[in-house]
Ligand binder design. Structure first.
Ligand code: SF4
Ligand code: SF4
Length: 380
């Protein structure tokens, strides 16, 4: 299929979702493994590998190929983890979907950036073998001292910057991002979240300069709201001391998002800039009220698949729907049953935990164009 044909199909399917037509999802979030060598204080995924049986029963490569073959309609896949590249056959996993999904347009994966050479090699292999646009987000959660403390790895910041720089060289600008999650942990000087954002951006830039790399653009620096999720992060029991603060933390996050919004950015497609402005406008609403005006598209145009084959509405809602091992590896029987059981209606009625994660927010914006434009007009 030509890219133009695939994009037009994506546009038509998104328009159909916006009109409320419950078709097949365009986007899948697939946890390829829970292996991870970071030791982040706000996420317990890394403990899974140390739990007896924790890594047992992950979908094998043959099963992943069966999932891909049974769901050829996917056009956008987030291959997440754990650390996705800690799965030894990660490249083959992505290639399986690229081969089985003729209209696959976007492949994104986040990385902790620890194993620079291995991650770069995986990206080079994928770049050479898949047609879909490859996008990578490297996690950095603060200036060096705070980042390394929060992520529990000595020199984590330096490794992550090396990875960011090497992937940007391989893939080119606009396809590699730094992702900073705005947890409520303070640096050694007790800075506000906004001050930490400034300090992190400056520290990444300093590190790039010493590596004689081109500077970081604010458009390459994404800020995320932290979330709790038992079935995914295993962090539902985390508290304010783990960085999930109350009122004051939410105000600080809102101030940091405003700060980043006011920074000059170069490059980037106008449509993506508009989507980011809508994301931010709704994030402000969410931080102030706990609600957004854009309806989440979970089980309409998105779904979540765990490393053990379990389907959930999303990364956040701990609502198991079924296992693809019992549905011939097809997602649709499970999604359709969930729709019949009122799970999609619960999402519409905001009876789910009601979050605003970028994984779900970006497709939701596409599927709610009228509300998205209103949000833009009201304060994007
Ligand atoms: S946040 Fe990411 S890098 Fe950190 S422990 Fe969880 S999966 Fe690993
Ligand atoms: S709003 Fe959040 S918790 Fe609710 S279904 Fe969507 S992604 Fe999941």
């Amino acid at each position: 299929m030509s890219a133009l044909y695939s994009w037009s199909r994506f546009g038509m399917r998104t328009a159909a979702a916006a009109a409320g037509v419950a078709g097949r999802p365009t986007k899948l979030i697939f946890v390829v493994t829970k292996r991870c060598h970071s030791r982040c204080v706000y996420c317990d995924i890394w403990k899974v590998k140390d739990t007896p049986g924790g890594l047992d029963n992950e979908l094998t490569l043959d099963e992943v190929r069966a999932v891909a073959a049974a769901n050829p309609f996917l056009q956008w896949i987030d291959f997440t983890g754990g650390e996705p590249t800690d799965r030894p056959d990660f490249v083959e996993v992505v290639q399986a979907f690229a081969q089985a999904c003729p209209d696959l347009l976007v492949v994104h994966f986040p990385t902790n950036g620890i194993a620079t050479k291995r991650i770069e090699e995986a990206v080079r292999q994928l770049q050479a073998t898949i047609r879909a646009q490859l996008v990578v987000t490297v996690s950095i959660d603060g200036p060096p001292e705070l980042n390394d403390r929060l992520r529990g790895i000595r020199n984590d910041f330096a490794h992550a910057v090396d990875t960011f720089a090497s992937l940007r060289r391989v893939l080119g600008p606009g396809q590699v991002f730094v992702g900073m999650t705005l947890h409520g942990h303070k640096g050694s000087c007790g800075q506000t979240t906004s001050e930490l954002v400034e300090a992190t951006f400056a520290a990444v830039n300093d590190a790039l300069r010493t590596r004689q790399e081109s500077p970081l653009d604010w458009g390459e620096f994404h800020l995320n709201i932290p979330h709790l999720s038992q079935h995914y992060y295993g962090n539902a029991a985390k508290s304010e001391t783990d960085g999930f603060g109350g009122e004051e933390h939410r105000r600080e996050i809102a101030a940091a998002l405003r700060l980043a919004a006011g920074k000059p950015k170069s490059g980037g497609a106008p449509v993506m800039r508009a989507v980011e402005r809508i994301y931010r406008a709704e994030a402000m609403k969410y931080l102030a009220t706990g609600k957004t005006s854009i309806t989440c598209s979970a089980l309409l145009s998105t779904a979540y698949l765990s490393e053990k084959g379990e389907v959930y509405p999303c990364t956040i809602w701990d609502q198991p729907l079924g296992n693809v091992r019992n549905s011939g590896f097809a997602l649709m029987p499970i999604i359709e049953a969930a729709r019949r059981d009122g799970i999609r209606q619960a999402v519409i009625d905001q009876r789910c935990p009601n979050c605003w994660t970028p994984c779900e927010a970006y497709p939701a914006i596409g599927a709610s164009p009228a509300r998205a434009l209103l949000a833009l007009a009201q304060g994007g």
